[in-house]
Design a protein around this ligand. Structure first.
Ligand code: ASP
Length: 353
């Protein structure tokens, strides 16, 4: 662990990418609904930005969006902004709505290959103009983390989410609370830092590239992916319709416990047939924590026999965006399966055989 006492650099340069979300919203006086506002509003409500001692520049999505509207085009835009400004800044802070922040963080982690600078996503549950806002603290600490260096090197050269007091690896996160300020968790990977009086980094958990290679950005994503969440008593028709969606290439199947599903003949036959046609089906658990172990119960083993592959301890958010990324690069189903079962950037733990 290292503290942040000696990590603040004079005039570190940070690019703030404001995509939208509650942090910059204001209440529409007519409807009472929260709507996105522009970056000037955010700056007017945060004179603290000037006091930070960093050179903070900003780029704003026009118009800023609720993160429910975020998707591949938005991710491509963020990647383009980071790539275009990469040599000019020490770190990047992405202001983003909380609702789909974990999907964006996961997608960015795959799209920014060889990242060697911090990309910290944050947002807030209450708009920045509201007295009790959590946005100011989140934004200020996210900027500090994006600027933090040790021996001239960035402490966190990863795509992360900072929220409330915890820094998490982005592709391990999920939003778990719609009200609470402490809205994100990474159940299967430890936090990378805690922000209390000092920001304490757990450097043993932070990913550092062994070889310094230039940033390689990826824009290709394939949307032909679905999530199939199982529940007891699902009708064959629903499963059949999903599996036969025209053009579908990959499915993240949310199963029970350690990766189990009913072993009814019709269900397993449908899966087998779909896998035979080249559909990649990835088994992730509906539990918030823990890993899929398909050979632990007969119900999981049957899925393996049907050709379903394990997503181990991946989040749904990470598995979905990884499939989009892999199919986007034109990989064959066999190649996609191979890559799904290895860690590209710390998103999955594959147990030793
Ligand atoms: N609906 C908002 C969004 O995700 C919620 C938030 O920012 O927290 O954009």
């Amino acid at each position: 662990m290292i503290g942040n006492a000696n990590t603040k650099q004079e005039k570190a340069s940070i690019l703030l990418i404001y995509t939208g979300g509650t942090i910059g919203m204001i209440e529409n006086p007519e409807t009472g609904a929260l709507e996105s506002f522009n970056f000037q509003h955010l700056k007017d409500n945060m004179p603290e930005l000037k006091k930070l001692g960093y050179a903070v520049s900003a780029y704003q999505f026009d118009p800023p969006i609720d993160s429910a509207e975020m998707g591949p085009e938005g991710w491509q835009k963020i990647v383009e902004i980071i790539a275009g400004n990469y040599p000019l800044y020490d770190g990047f802070v992405v202001l983003h709505g909380t609702d789909t922040m974990s999907y964006t963080a996961s997608a960015l982690s795959f799209m920014l290959e060889n990242l060697s600078k911090p990309v910290i996503l944050t947002g807030s549950q209450l708009p920045i103009g509201v007295l009790r806002t959590d946005g100011k603290e989140n934004l200020i600490t996210a900027i500090e983390i994006a600027a933090a260096k040790e021996n001239g090197m960035p402490i966190v050269p990863e795509v992360c989410i900072f929220f409330e007091s915890t820094l998490l690896r982005g592709n391990r996160t999920r939003k778990i609370n719609a009200d609470n300020f402490n809205a994100f968790r990474s159940y299967n990977y430890p936090p990378l830092a805690y922000a209390g009086v000092h920001i304490k980094y757990d450097t043993t958990q932070i990913y550092h590239p062994i070889l310094r290679k230039p940033l390689k950005v990826h824009y290709l994503l394939d949307r032909s992916i679905a999530i199939l969440k199982l529940f007891p008593g699902m009708s064959p028709q629903v499963i059949e319709n999903i599996l036969n969606t025209p053009g579908l290439k990959g499915i993240v199947m949310e199963t029970f416990g350690s990766g189990n599903a009913p072993k009814e003949e019709w269900f397993l036959n449908m899966l087998k047939e779909a896998v035979g046609r080249g559909l990649v089906i990835v088994d992730v658990t509906q539990c918030v924590a823990g890993s899929v172990e398909m050979d632990r119960y007969e119900t999981g083993k049957k899925l393996l026999e049907a050709g379903v592959i394990s997503g181990y301890d991946s989040t749904t958010e990470s598995a979905v965006t990884k499939l989009m990324f892999l199919f986007g690069h034109g990989l064959t189903p066999a190649e996609v399966k191979e890559h799904m079962n290895c860690s590209l950037i710390g998103e999955i733990t594959i147990p030793d055989k």
